[in-house]
Design a protein around this ligand. Structure first.
Ligand code: XMP
Ligand code: MG
Length: 184
């Protein structure tokens, strides 16, 4: 899927596929420099992080395994509440394992701070965070993020794993939706 397939539905492209690719290459180098050849378990948060996981993992020299979690945050409409339910838990035990959470986007930070507390209680060897996108203006809790792709304005975005009602996830770029799309 590309821009021509969603003509009129995307208001503007915030980050192109090429920009994402270039930034992920830099992030992979930062991550490799940190782990220095130690093994890491990449934990992707479904569904949004699928693109980031696939692309970032293939750029790492660090030996890596993958696991996945799915969580749903209770809240009103599109707002996250910080009350989180596990829909799918990790398949592996992370005790004494280097864990790197791979996220698509950090908005309020509520979901991530819950996830950090949950994973820390399992006593991993280390726990770090990588995210493609972050909205600094939307932060409700301070979460330390080790690797950030792009800081973006506080606007709803789609593409590169991010969806609106399930749609637009497969776009290779990150963009904002035209207002008429929300109107139904
Ligand atoms: P919090 O607020 O807890 O939320 O940091 C993080 C999760 O909310 C979703 N989210 C978005 N999804 N476009 C989307 O398609 C957005 O602009 C957006 N902002 C937040 C996303 O699932 C993320 O993991
Ligand atoms: Mg997510």
């Amino acid at each position: 899927m590309d821009a021509k397939d969603v003509e009129g539905e995307i208001e503007k492209v915030l980050i192109s596929a090429e920009e994402i690719d270039a930034r992920l290459t830099e992030m992979a180098a930062e991550i490799d420099a940190y782990y220095q050849g130690e093994k890491v378990l990449l934990v992707g948060v479904l569904n949004g992080a699928v693109m980031a996981m696939a692309d970032l993992s293939r750029k790492l020299s660090t030996p890596a395994q993958m696991d996945w979690m799915a969580v749903s945050s209770y809240g009103s409409g599109t707002k996250s509440s910080g009350v989180v339910r596990i829909l799918k838990d990790l398949a592996s035990d992370i005790h004494d394992v280097n864990v790197l959470i791979v996220e698509d986007i950090i908005d309020s930070g509520l979901t991530l701070s819950w996830l950090i507390a949950n994973l820390k209680s399992r006593e991993p060897k280390s726990l770090r965070i990588a995210t493609v996108l972050r909205k600094p203006e939307a932060a409700k809790v301070e979460v330390h993020v080790d690797h950030v792709g792009f800081d973006i304005p506080n606007e709803f975005v789609v593409g590169y794993g991010l969806d609106y009602a399930g749609d637009y996830r497969t776009l290779p770029f990150v963009g904002t939706l035209a207002p008429h799309v929300y109107g139904g």
